[in-house]
Design a protein around this ligand. Structure first.
Ligand SMILES: [Fe+2]
Ligand SMILES: [Fe+2]
Length: 217
C-alpha cells in the first residue's frame, strides 16, 4: 500500500522535475545575456539530474517510470502551459513555484526510505539555489508600488490557475495523503506560501498585508 503510494508520488515528482527542466531550458534559450543563459543552462542540467534520479528511484522500486508519471502529465502540462504575461508575473510564478517544490521535497524526505531521502537531500541543495535565484530576480523587479500591485495580482492569478489546472484534470492527490504526515504537507505548503509572500511584503495569495504586519515585514 505504502509502496504504491510512494511510486505514485515519485511519479508526480519525477514529472514535475521534467517540467522544471523544460522551463529552465526555454529560459536559457530566451536569455538576453550570456550570464543569464549560463545560469539557466546550469539550472536545466540540475533539473534533468533530478528527473533522472527520481526515475532511478522508481526503477529501484521495480516500477515503470513512464507509467508512474502518466497520471500527472495532463494536470502538470496544463499548469505549465499557462503563460505568465509580464516579467513581474513570470518572476512571481517562478518564485512561488520553486518555493512549493522546496516545501514538497522537505516533506517527502521525511516519509520515504533512507536511500531516497539521501538523494532528495542533494535535490534540495540545488533547489535552494534555484529559489535564491528566483527571489533575487523578483526583488530586482519590485522597485515600486505599481510593480508590487502587479506582483499581488500575479500571485492571485497563479493560485487561480493552479486550482483551475487541478479542476480540469484532477491531480491524483490521494497518494500524497497515503504516504504519511498529510498535515505536515499541507502545513509546509501553506506556511511556505505565507512566508514567501510576506518576504516580498504581501499577504497570502497576493492580498495586501494589514498595516501593522506590512510595517513589521
Ligand atoms: Fe528540481
Ligand atoms: Fe528548481
Amino acid at each position: 500500500m505504502k509502496r504504491t503510494a510512494l511510486i505514485q508520488v515519485l511519479g508526480a515528482v519525477a514529472y514535475g522535475e521534467w517540467k522544471a527542466y523544460e522551463g529552465a531550458k526555454a529560459r536559457a534559450e530566451e536569455a538576453a545575456t550570456d550570464e543569464e543563459r549560463l545560469a539557466y543552462r546550469k539550472v536545466a542540467a540540475e533539473e534533468l539530474r533530478h528527473h533522472k534520479g527520481f526515475r532511478g528511484r522508481l526503477e529501484a522500486l521495480g516500477a515503470d517510470p513512464e507509467r508512474a508519471m502518466r497520471p500527472y502529465r495532463r494536470p502538470l502540462d496544463h499548469y505549465h502551459a499557462g503563460e505568465p504575461g509580464s516579467p513581474v508575473e513570470e518572476a512571481v510564478w517562478s518564485y512561488l513555484g520553486e518555493g512549493v517544490a522546496d516545501d514538497l521535497l522537505q516533506w517527502l524526505r521525511r516519509v520515504v526510505d533512507a536511500e531516497t531521502a539521501a538523494f532528495i537531500d542533494t535535490v534540495i541543495a540545488d533547489e535552494e539555489e534555484h529559489e535564491a535565484m528566483a527571489t533575487a530576480e523578483l526583488r530586482s523587479l519590485l522597485c515600486g508600488s505599481r510593480q508590487r500591485q502587479e506582483a499581488g495580482r500575479a500571485a492571485q492569478r497563479m493560485a487561480l490557475h493552479m486550482l483551475d489546472s487541478g479542476r480540469a484534470t484532477p491531480l491524483p492527490f490521494a497518494a500524497f495523503v497515503r504516504l504519511g504526515r498529510p498535515l505536515d504537507l499541507v502545513g509546509a505548503i501553506l506556511g511556505g506560501h505565507l512566508r514567501r509572500m510576506r518576504a516580498i511584503g504581501m499577504g497570502p495569495f497576493g492580498l495586501p498585508l494589514p498595516a501593522g504586519l506590512a510595517r513589521a515585514s
